[in-house]
Design a protein around this ligand. Structure first.
Ligand code: NAD
Length: 692
């Protein structure tokens, strides 16, 4: 047998080549070992990550046909790529499909997976890294699943406005407690090793070196049968499913209203109707998937997927940054430091306040837990993170991130102290959210190596980082910072120095309009409700409480002082609230009472007819202004940045896409009407006239 070594197999080290008589298309490596077990290694051609594309499935069908006649003792399906099992279906193929085309393609895919399921010999999927979406469905078509420690499985399709479409709906609900299966599919969450084992999704969680032995056990048919739980039996009855479906619907409606997110609701319908009949469910799954794929929500969410990819691409390259020093161990600095250490950098963290460093050490352990690190990985990450009150790390750092208090004089002092000790080629980046970079740069001997690196709160969760250049920043510096963001698994948006940069410039008018509305006597719940109905992840009043009213006030004042446009008045009572210490969630009280945890949104009266436009259109207008002023590069970047930094209604495809869907002329006219009714702050930006 010829062909490249299936290198990821580690201990197994088989020479894998194409099976006799099968045309190799480059996506699969195949070999039968001395024990008579056939190994199918997925190695998607021309890509670092496996996806389940049309050609992958077509080629798999050829291999399965061979296996059907050759009758090996067992078949193992795994990935030969170190990046993991498979990331899901090939989404690139989705956007060009017509509904009829999608159904036909899905039927072909189902046929291959059904044939794998019907093979007379034991079939085993060996999963390292992640098996998501179509990849997970391939694994579910096998009799058994072995998960390598640290791996995970999941169905993220709902995030694309879809549900599983290659048999996942009936195979997972048939394999494990169907309510748990539905919950995984409805939330799109991944199941890490412990959960996957506990739920019975995988049969074994083990280290790579034990894979061959585990496969042999399954090949001998020694593994115990799975028991069917009482819940699964109860859910075979229509009444049982109806009851469970009702609960799922009401829970889902709160998170994902049907108008905006039809997919989870379609999934519940599917299961309720056909949960006891896999064949009928299979047919219905195909039809439902194809219908969803045609809809606006899926098309916009697929667009968001590509926006994510293009921001990710901006973070490729060699940053040349390995050692990082972070100055300021407040809520931002300590999370930035912990995250950089988790991602493999050597980090020192300085602060003038020893108690802030103590708190940082504690919080970084929690950050590791939140990132699902194993105890060994946590130990390694914490070993890479050194509290450094005297700044010994500064002269060794390739990058120094300043996350000190938002005070220009204090920042200038901190910068002066740092640059005096930094090595010649190191970069200084400030996490400031509202101070002008150009004026901070004025005080520095090498302004070309100074830029903004604006992380969002909470750092581990928020994907976007603004890489902000001022007029004198070297292009090489922003390239390196963007690549550094890539090493952190973040999405860099390269923007230019401007009051509020891009994201806060666009978000602040939305938050301030919410304050104006509350000032006019509109209930805060009414204001929040309107934004949530539009599709925001939370209302602006709740968001202001989460960010911190002091921070919002500071950013709003800074924008008012620095923009040459009228902004909403800042109500006097907002300052009083901040002065009283009612700064929002962190203080236990802001607009809402946070002392018992996150407040539940209550019912609220209807608001004024133009409420939603008053909140949302200023975001669009500020985005147009940022484009006109070259703060952002293009509309896609603006859409991606606003979605990944603020959660701007993803199913609408981003603020600029929303403006285009609604009609830019209509949005401009609406802004003019709002300006007439409520004041000049709504006057449309000049940039609308250059957007066709
Ligand atoms: P913070 O004021 O809570 O913490 C700043 C830390 O810096 C404190 O621990 C303080 O002791 C320390 N410090 C003060 N003087 C110092 C000095 N001379 N040397 C070293 N450390 C010193 O601030 P934060 O909320 O963590 O924010 C830090 C920066 O990040 C600010 O510029 C802020 O605007 C920006 N930012 C904040 C958020 C947010 O939501 N908090 C979001 C994005 C960006």
């Amino acid at each position: 047998m010829t062909g490249p070594v299936l290198s990821y197999l580690g201990e197994t080290r088989l020479e894998l080549g194409p099976l006799d008589g099968v045309e190799p298309t480059g996506n699969w490596r195949v070999a039968t070992d001395a024990a008579g077990i056939t190994w199918l290694g997925l190695d998607k051609a021309g890509s670092g990550t496996n996806t389940i594309s049309e050609d992958v499935l077509r080629e798999l069908a050829d291999h399965v046909e061979r296996i059907e006649t050759k009758r090996p003792r067992a078949v193992v399906i795994r990935s030969t790529k170190s990046s993991g099992f498979a990331a899901g279906a090939d989404i690139g193929g989705f956007s060009d499909l017509e509904a009829g085309g999608a159904e036909e393609l899905l039927r072909q895919g189902h046929d291959v997976l059904d044939r794998i399921e019907r093979l007379p010999c034991p079939t085993v999927a060996v999963i390292h890294g992640q098996a998501l979406g179509g990849g997970f469905e391939l694994a579910l078509a096998c009799d058994r699943r072995i998960l390598i420690t640290g791996g995970a499985v999941g169905f993220p399709e709902v995030r694309l406005g879809l549900h599983p479409g290659l048999g996942g709906t009936f195979r997972l609900t048939g394999l494990i407690d169907p309510t748990e299966a539905m919950s995984l599919m409805l939330t799109g969450k991944t199941a890490h090793a412990g959960k996957a084992r506990k739920l019975g999704i995988v049969d074994v969680v083990t280290e790579e070196r034990h894979v061959a032995a585990a496969v042999e056990t399954f090949a001998q048919g020694d593994a115990p049968d799975r028991a069917t739980g009482w819940k699964a039996r109860a859910m075979n009855l229509k009444q049982g499913r109806q009851l469970a479906a009702r609960q799922m619907r009401s829970k889902t409606a709160k998170q994902a209203p049907q108008d905006h997110f039809p997919a989870p609701h379609a999934l519940i319908d599917l299961w309720e109707e056909y949960g006891d009949d896999p064949n009928a469910m299979q047919k219905a799954e195909i039809a439902s998937f194809a219908r969803l794929l045609e809809g606006d929500t899926a098309q916009n969410l697929i667009r968001v997927f590509f926006l994510n990819q293009s921001l990710k691409a901006a973070g490729r390259g060699d940053s040349g940054i390995s050692r990082v020093h972070v100055t300021g161990a407040g809520p931002m600095g300590r999370d930035i430091a912990a995250w950089a250490a988790i991602k493999g950098h050597h980090v020192t963290l300085g602060d003038v306040d020893a108690s802030a460093l103590g708190a940082a050490v504690k919080s970084s352990r929690r950050t590791c837990e939140g990132a699902h690190l194993s105890p060994a990985q946590t130990r390694d990450a914490l070993d890479r993170l050194m509290p450094d009150p005297r700044g010994y790390g500064v002269p060794r750092a390739d990058l120094v991130i300043e996350a000190g208090p938002e005070d220009p004089d204090l920042k200038a002092k901190i910068h002066a102290d740092l640059v005096a000790r930094m090595k010649p080629n190191a970069i200084l980046a400030s996490n400031t959210s509202s101070l002008g970079l150009a004026s901070l740069a004025d005080a520095l001997p090498s302004p070309q190596r100074f830029a903004g690196l604006h992380f969002f709160n909470p750092v581990p969760k928020m994907q976007l980082v603004e890489v902000v250049s001022h007029d004198r920043t070297d292009a090489d510096v922003t390239d390196r910072l963007a690549a550094f963001c890539g090493t952190l698994g973040k999405l860099p948006a390269r923007v230019r120095d401007y009051p509020g940069f891009l994201v806060n410039r666009a978000l602040t008018p939305y938050l301030m309009e919410a304050m104006m509305l509350v000032d006019e006597g509109v209930d805060k719940e009414t204001v929040d409700g309107a934004a949530i109905r539009f599709g925001m992840p939370m209302g602006p009043v709740t968001l202001a409480d989460q960010i911190g009213l002091d921070i919002c006030l500071h950013v709003a004042e800074s924008l008012r002082a620095n923009l040459d446009k009228p902004m909403a008045e800042i109500p006097g009572w907002l300052r009083e609230k901040v002065d009283k210490g009612e700064t929002g969630r962190k203080a236990g009280k802001g607009f809402y009472d946070w002392s018992q945890g996150t407040p539940e949104p209550g019912d609220a009266p209807e608001g004024p007819a133009d409420l939603t436009d008053r909140l949302i259109l200023p975001i669009l207008d500020a985005c147009v202004e940022c484009l006109r002023r070259d703060v952002a590069t293009d509309e896609d970047q603006v859409d991606g940045a606003m979605i990944f930094a603020t959660g701007f209604a993803p199913f609408r495809g981003g603020p600029m896409h929303y403006a285009r869907t609604r009609g830019t002329g209509e949005v401009k006219a609406r802004l003019e009407a709002l300006a007439e009714a409520h004041g000049n702050r709504f006057a449309p930006d000049d940039g609308w006239s250059s957007i066709d």
